[in-house]
Design a binder for this molecule. Structure first.
Ligand SMILES: Nc1ncnc2c1ncn2[C@@H]1O[C@H](COP(=O)(O)OP(=O)(O)OP(=O)(O)O)[C@@H](O)[C@H]1O
Ligand SMILES: [Mg+2]
Length: 335
């Protein structure tokens, strides 16, 4: 099976690495389509976009016409020989900022509908990345519903429709979870052996693998962040404190609970844990709250372990990565 090449760093292209379980799932989807839109969520930088792009290429090879859009970055890829579809996507992408985002989001669905209705394609896939930030979280439900409509009431008979959406954890899960219009499917950071393969592709000098694993918990984006900051954990943690706005007032307000949570995130599962704090930690993309059962069936690729205190993973609540936890720990110390 073909693996796409990704631009990891300036001057470093790597092949899409590991995630074998996820790739088998794509093959399953290709069999009969997805039946529901699949909405993938998971820690920031865990590899959702890379996976979508890899899936797009695979589905093409498996006989699908594929439309992939990333409205937020005004990017699209159309794996089809219907030039008109490609042209319309290109036109939409070149529109002014703001307009392009909306157009790409709607056009992705329209294009696939047309591939079925007008061009007689039987196997079509629509893969949409970070669409909810582009169209507004309040419209996430409606967007997913229109994907479901496409699957349930297609304009013509078909052999397979694959519809997959990726989103950052936090913003949208509540909005989508309220309806039964999609399968919400989590994806975790890379498993240890797969992550080691990625680590091996970065040239020396670098810290020992075990150390990188303990900080990143297998998150490929943080591997890159550490690399770009000359492996300074300190610098990455400081950047996280700033980006997540772990201000002294935030810390002061929630100190007691945060102190417990850095020891064991599961503390936030207690019925007394303040809902407002949980909401904020989810929105800031620091934790994943309400983790699924670890049956591989519920997950894209391998699920995380049931519990891993070293990486900050609890049964129901987990820090997105150990570095996210470290940012909070350090903010607690300094406030
Ligand atoms: N399996 C993989 N093989 C090689 N590189 C990968 C893999 N997964 C992710 N990467 C690289 O790691 C970085 C982060 O991945 P990606 O952007 O896909 O994460 P994401 O989950 O979409 O993040 P965000 O939440 O910010 O949207 C990217 O540079 C990507 O190319
Ligand atoms: Mg992404």
């Amino acid at each position: 099976m073909r693996r796409i090449r990704l631009n990891l760093l300036p001057g470093l292209e790597v092949e899409f690495t590991d995630r074998d379980g996820a790739l088998r799932q794509v093959e399953d989807w290709a069999g009969e389509g997805t039946r529901w839109p699949i909405v993938i969520f998971g820690p920031e930088g865990c590899g959702k976009s890379a996976f979508l792009r890899q899936a797009a290429a695979m589905l093409r090879d498996l006989g699908y016409d594929v439309v992939y859009v990333d409205p937020l970055h005004r990017f699209f890829a159309a794996h089809t020989d219907v030039d008109e579809v490609v042209r319309r996507l290109a036109d939409a992408a070149s529109e002014a900022f703001g307009v392009a985002q909306l157009k790409l989001a709607t056009l992705a669905i329209d294009a696939v509908r047309e591939l079925l209705a007008r061009w007689g394609r039987k196997r079509v896939a629509v893969l949409v990345d970070e669409v909810f930030q582009a169209i507004g979280v309040d419209k996430a439900g409606i967007y997913v519903k229109s994907l479901l409509n496409l699957i349930e009431y297609p304009p013509r008979s078909y052999e397979g429709i694959v519809a997959v959406v990726a989103t950052s954890e936090g913003v949208t899960r509540g909005e989508i979870g309220r309806h039964r219009w999609a399968h919400l499917t989590p994806m975790w950071n890379m498993a240890k052996e797969g992550f080691r393969q990625l680590y091996d592709k970065i040239s020396r000098p670098k810290p020992p693998f075990e150390e990188v694993w303990r900080w990143t918990g297998g998150n490929p984006n943080l591997l890159l962040e550490l690399y770009k900051r000359s492996w300074s954990v300190d610098a990455v943690v400081k950047a996280l404190i700033r980006d997540k706005e772990l201000t002294s007032s935030f810390i002061a307000k929630w100190r007691r609970w945060l102190e417990e949570a850095v020891e064991d995130p599961e503390a936030l599962w207690s019925p007394d844990a303040p809902e407002e704090l949980i909401k904020q930690l989810v929105e800031k993309n620091l934790i994943v709250y309400n983790m699924y059962y670890r049956d591989p069936y519920f997950w894209i690729d391998q699920p995380p372990p049931e519990r891993d205190p070293e990486l900050g993973i609890g049964r129901n609540v987990a820090w997105q990565t150990p570095l996210h936890r470290e940012a909070v720990r350090r903010a607690l110390r300094e406030a």
